[in-house]
Write a protein that binds this ligand. Structure first.
Ligand SMILES: [Zn+2]
Length: 181
């Protein structure tokens, strides 16, 4: 299957812009780093290490789990991403999310950073949901996940006291980011 999600047209995703995103929650940026380095102990890796014998996605219960499936191909992940698209009215592609964000040109750098924080938070919470399912046999509703992401990113934006010089960013935060899902 390969890791097409971190390689865009043969070029590995440049991930350091993620680290310089001032809106990103630190534990999320660390999580992105772990993911890009392929350090997550997904079931396909545990199978290869012969720690487990069976590989089944904890979120959908249908397909085998690997990073690509977990974040981009699983029906649960796709549903969450679809909710983010509706919430923020941004056409985020299903795959190549990480490189899409790096390349994406926007009128406001702050909005771009907030979008990056949302994507990182989504990946972090997908992993948390996967762990919750593994331990408690309970998968939270995608809507619940998106509410957590919204609250977390909004708290980050407000807590950082970012100087909203741009009218565009102010309007976007109030009308889009703050929208009740
Ligand atoms: Zn799945």
């Amino acid at each position: 299957m390969g890791y097409s999600w971190i390689v865009d047209q043969g070029v590995p995703v440049v991930w350091h812009p993620w680290m310089s995103n001032r809106v990103l929650v630190p534990r999320h940026s660390f999580f992105i780093w772990l993911t890009v380095q392929n350090r997550l102990l997904t079931q396909d890796r545990l199978c290869k290490m012969k720690i487990i014998q069976e590989n089944r996605c904890f979120l959908c219960g249908v397909d085998e789990e690997n990073i690509e499936h977990l974040f981009f191909e699983c029906c649960y992940a796709k549903k969450c991403l679809e909710l983010v698209r509706i919430w923020l009215q941004v056409d985020i592609p299903v795959n190549l999310v990480l490189s899409w964000w790096v390349k994406k040109k926007m009128h406001s750098l702050l909005i771009k950073h907030i979008l990056g924080a949302v994507i990182a938070s989504l990946m972090y919470h997908l992993w948390q949901a996967r762990n919750q399912s593994r331990i408690d046999h309970y998968v939270p509703r995608p809507e619940r996940l998106i509410q957590c992401i919204r609250n977390e990113v909004l708290a980050r934006v407000r807590g950082k006291s970012l100087i909203l010089k741009s009218q565009l960013a102010r309007v976007w935060i109030e009308n889009c980011l703050s929208r009740v899902i």
